[in-house]
Design a protein around this ligand. Sequence first.
Ligand code: MEV
Length: 423
Amino acid sequence: MDRTSRIPGFYNLSIEERRSKIAEFAGLTPEEVELLSKEGNLNLEIADRMVENVIGTMAYPFSVALNFLIDGKEYVIPMVIEETSVVAAASNAAKMTRSKGGIFTEATDPVMIGQVQLTKINDPFSARMKILEHKEEILKLANDQDPVLVKFGGGAKDLEVRVLESPIGPMVVTHLLVDVRDAMGANAVNTMCEAVAPFIEKITGGKVYLRIISNLADRRLVRARTTVAKEELGGEEAVDAIVTAWALAACDPYRAATHNKGIMNGVVAVALATGQDHRAIEAGAHAYAARTGRYLPLSVWEKDKNGDLVGTLEMPMAVGIVGGATKTHPVAKIAIKILGVKTAVELARIMGAVGLAQNLAALRALALEGIQAGHMRLHARNIAIMAGATGDLIDKVAEQMVKEGKIRFDRAQELIREFTEKK
Ligand code: MEV
């Protein structure tokens, strides 16, 4: 029989039944089925409630990055990631920031944007005004949806209305600015957008289509800053090398994408560990990087008047500590406990700091390991010359010493003897 991915009622089957259907479809061995059915620290019952069509769970390494001193407080950073070196790099970079006080952060209020798309309007500018004239009623309608959020100081705080030229004519897009406090905010914001839409239609005579959060969370920003003493990096030349590495990202989107990917290595690893919607964070980061019309790095690296390296980062950070997987995944709860964060803003600040440290580690490795290797070769050539090598022999001896990691006068002499005897 031809195999088919059309399996009616799959959703309603038990996890075990689903697994055997898929085993049949893909020809899984009993060992593979057994492995899929293994329960780890996310039990299948919870997994099954989180998403649809669950047939198992999958484990990733759960690590911790050390040495983070953020706003004067010690943090151990839980990270979930499949890539080697990211955790070690974050720890190393965090260590380098400590002598100048660590990483300092700042964040805006946790304000998310909800969009309401209004179409079929002949007079979009007058519709815009009508919406603004009814601002208080619209905000009240929105806030009536979430009295708990309002009680905790959050809720819809303001609105903005934009007239956009689209490929199918003008549109009037209302932005609800909602302080979502400790939530990621998608649910609260989407509910509010849906609630105000009929009223917006009524006062404008238009037709609403989309009512959804924007992941370009440019009202929910985190900022991080650090100074790295030049001695930590091996001198002012190293500081210059890192600034030069950053400068390429600042003028070239091909490099900026990789530069920002390095930042997201850290940010996403913490997002995964703490059960965040990491796609929302990624979408926000990249859209923010491109906000000027040109894709830019999320960080800036400069040299201060002492010759030390100064790094700053600014990016959206839509994270929550209530609701979603943060509350349902038992390991995410442990990650939050390891961090010791009490608010979503604090979590956002830590993630900004981790992003900056991760970026520092990458730039240092890229810009300096090149230099270090170069230095080593240069050093080895000098030793070879001192030991009596001439002509082609200089590079041959130097290369061999670098390869062995033994850049010494006596080794150079030995190698000169070996190479000349061979001749
Ligand atoms: C690799 O995961 C991340 C880096 O490519 C980041 C960068 O190039 O800045 C090392």
